[in-house]
Design a protein. Sequence first.
Length: 164
Amino acid sequence: MEAFVQIAIENLTSPMVLFFALGFIAALVRVDLTLPQPVAKTVALYLMIAIGFKGGVGMTESGAGLGAIMPIVVGIALSALLPFIGYRLLRMTSGLVQVDAAAVAAHYGSISIVTFLTASQVLTDRGDSAEGYLVAIAAAMEAPAIVAGLWIASHQSWGNEWKR
């Protein structure tokens, strides 16, 4: 039980959780807590570069080479396909307008890099490891879902027969 408490304290006091709590409290008390635009762009660019480099290094270190191509292709295909399925289901079951349904559907096709990195860290903490090329798959899955969501949102005639 003592180990469980120690792990809980470590997780709850991690910078990620503390920043989430700060943002949540700021929203509750209606404080406009935003990063200046240049800082936000720099952080976003840093994250994209870091994820890309980590994916490339992971592929090299895992020795997957051509063996990683099929999982990457499948990841890209799923990422592009899921927004279309999500959009159709949302339009049939909710009152969301086309643009809102497309935006939500794009999020379902896209991955959460924070969740991915957290799961990877849990594996590392347990002494296990994931294949190095999984970071490359995660990076490759980001754009197709966003592009699919934008395509759905911009084509007014597509999917109107699925309105609720």
